[in-house]
Design a protein around this ligand. Structure first.
Ligand SMILES: [Zn+2]
Length: 388
């Protein structure tokens, strides 16, 4: 195809996406109504089978068992164009934070220009957009130079323990990764950087004693922890984007017992890989004020940061110009939360995240997507796949 012919074909992609809007909405509804709480293996596996069934006209599908989490799914698309060189990986997840039965309280509905329902925004709509984007390329006969895989993980909301190796393996073979997580804000900004996420548990062990009869024999783990927490919270470096937040604390048994043990769970966010060493060093440096107490630290960074590399800036630039062609001003954002894109980016695969639905209310009862942005987001995905 000449470059002019490609440009003409590009305009037809948006028209195609608009013409399929009702079909897109119907499939979003079907997927939202198939409930997929993280760890509900029957529900999540049923979702994988359902999506595979709906994608069968255009993709070869394969499921990967993942025990308690339910199956992961990979779709390999059959697209126009002769020889395929390299791979594009689209990445999403089936699971949601909503418990089984949530659909009863917040049923799928269409109102005020939006679609509502558990998981509609994070991130079932994004999966549907990608499927229809691939159908656009097939139906409009637009050649694609690379092979295209969509991987849908079953356990993203619980930290991707079983899908991580699969994601990393797919990333290693990919020239680019498109993450179908929702965009940021009601403008649908892409995520070109994400903070890395870590968790530490600090346990102080002191000595129990009777708080009245034998006070001085006790070493109070709660008092010791109170002092340690000031230190831990002080590891935050806002000017470098590093946050360290004690989130859960437990300690003591009864008010008349000097507490023998206290533990705190701490959330850590880091913008750069190299911040990991700083955080690790800081936690390992904790020493008891009261020498009769001991401190144990476990944990570390479990999702690496997604850094805004030159390759990511280039990808974003391409997406931005495609959006501009459709009259959409596309922005970028830094997210404090992790996604599976953090893993692909750490593997060195240029990763563009937040390409899914535009809306709001992830993990909240107002979870919804904007109907007016279905077509341009779908078209953007098709254009990226055709170009990259
Ligand atoms: Zn998500």
């Amino acid at each position: 195809m000449s470059s002019l012919a490609i440009i003409a074909a590009m305009d037809s992609i948006l028209r195609y996406a608009r013409s399929k809007q009702n079909d897109i909405i119907a499939l979003i509804r079907e997927l939202v109504e198939c409930e997929t709480p993280s760890g509900d293996s029957a529900g999540v596996s049923r979702f994988a089978e359902l999506f595979a069934e709906r994608a069968r006209d255009i993709a070869r599908t394969r499921v990967f068992p993942a025990g308690q989490f339910g199956k992961h799914l990979r779709c390999e698309f059959r697209l126009p164009g002769a020889k395929k060189e390299g791979q594009i990986l689209a990445l999403g997840h089936a699971d949601t934070v909503w418990p089984r039965g949530a659909i009863g309280e917040m049923p799928f509905r269409r109102a005020r220009g939006r679609l509502y329902g558990p998981g509609v925004f994070d991130m079932k709509a994004g999966l549907v957009f990608f499927l229809f984007a691939m159908r656009a390329l097939r139906d409009l006969d637009i050649p694609v130079a690379r092979s295209v895989i969509l991987q849908i993980n079953s356990d993203e909301e619980v930290g991707s323990p079983s899908s991580r190796p699969l994601t990393e393996e797919a990333a290693r073979r990919s020239a680019a990764v498109l993450v179908l997580e929702p965009g940021t804000g009601l403008e649908g900004k892409l995520k070109t950087a994400r903070k890395g996420v870590g968790g530490y548990t600090v346990t102080v062990r002191g000595r129990a004693s009777h708080a009245g009869v034998d006070f001085e024999a006790g070493a109070n783990a709660i008092v010791e922890m109170a002092r340690q927490i000031e230190r831990v919270a002080g590891f935050t470096r806002l000017n470098r984007g590093i946050t360290v937040s004690p989130g859960v604390i437990r300690g003591g048994t009864r008010s008349n017992v000097v507490a023998a043990e206290c533990c705190v769970e701490v959330d850590v966010r880091i913008p750069r890989h190299r911040d990991q060493a700083y955080v690790e060093r800081s936690f390992r440096s904790l020493k008891p004020f009261d020498k009769r107490c001991s401190i144990e630290v476990i944990g570390g960074v479990n999702r690496p940061p997604m850094e805004r590399s030159a390759a990511v800036r280039r990808l974003f630039g391409i997406a931005q110009s495609f959006a501009a062609e459709m009259g959409v001003e596309l922005g970028e954002s830094l997210s404090g939360g992790g996604s599976d894109g953090s893993f692909t980016s750490a593997m060195g695969a240029p990763t563009l995240d937040g390409l899914g639905a535009v809306g709001e209310g992830a993990h909240a009862s107002n979870e919804s997507i904007l109907i007016s942005r279905i077509a341009d987001r779908t078209a953007l995905l098709a254009k990226l796949v055709a170009r990259l």
